[in-house]
Design a protein around this ligand. Sequence first.
Ligand code: NAD
Length: 371
Amino acid sequence: MILGILREPEFESRVSMTDESVSQLTKKGIQVYVEKQAGAKAFCEDAQYEAAGARLHDRADILKQSDLLLSIHPPVENEISLLNKKVLVGVYQPLYHPQIMKAWASAGLTVFSLDMLPRTTRAQAMDILSSQANIAGYKAVILAAQLYPRYFPMFMTAAGSIKPAKVLVLGAGVAGLQAIATARRLGAVVEVFDTRPVVKEEVMSLGAKFIEVEGAADASAAGGYAVEQSEEYQRRQKQKIAESIAKADIVITTAQIPGKKAPVLITEEMLNTMRKGSVIIDIAAATGGNTPFTKNNEIINYNGITIVGNSNLAATMPYDASRLYGKNVLNFLQLIIENGQLRINRDDDLVAGCCITHNGEVVHEKIKSLL
Ligand code: NAD
């Protein structure tokens, strides 16, 4: 079996697998072909791949010869028709692109989209959303500290005392929790909102204050994810966020609902109560953002408030992001490769959970329902 690792598009600095995970595959007799310079921006050189037992090839050869292709972002459209019957493993956001999945099914591809992997205990070692969101949460705070014109920690100095920065985190999922921990390590005072009351304990154990809003919609059937809230809840939540935001220096927003547009949690009126020099890092930018002014991949200035829209912060730490992503993928591959050969068992809930297309059809129920 030949496994191909593709170079990502120009805007991406990560690679889907680095040398240490590649060596695990080659030791098992799997041939690994790597597109030249695929890992350069992630500090994984061609020579390291070769030392791990992989062979370097041109993209066209890899597309033609591989049985299974790894990439984070999808191959370009005109390459898809060349990939008949191949297996693709990546992050394709099928909830937002069901028609593309239909086209890939018709092209005969078997597609595994790792962002659809069920969030269960057994899946933790292959959970790319978690490994990358963890980096995003950490980097969001570091970036905010860099852009914020004041200190994060409290200081008593001979020249006067400095108050600690007040950080507000909206959404305490994986990214939000890491943002809380990082902001606390830098000495900030942290307040947190989430629609899922179950995160209260985790938030408090990190030394932050959890602000409760009564009457959240029951999300118990949503696999741990958030669901859309009632208008009454949204009104009450906005009121409480407004009170916190007027005092906040830094806001990290991470609130997302899979398959939907991100909720606008910060209104224009709220922004008008924030101090100049405040910083908002909006990790939910790719799905619309949590403020009305967020622009994905842009930094804007709204009345002296810096709003950073960036849902790809993991890519700003390509070394660790790629190594962790690659290990997640390696763990997932153990479910679909047996004795060096592909064996797709859709009775396994993890395999079925992220298998979007197979045998010429869209096989994932949720994606099918969107067509
Ligand atoms: P996410 O990126 O989908 O959303 C981020 C956070 O925003 C979530 O905590 C969500 O509740 C919150 N949110 C959504 N709408 C909101 C609103 N209107 N106001 C305030 N907050 C709002 O979340 P994620 O980090 O991907 O985590 C999703 C779930 O998966 C969590 O329950 C997490 O604990 C769980 N998880 C499980 C595993 C595992 O067991 N393998 C691994 C990682 C995460």
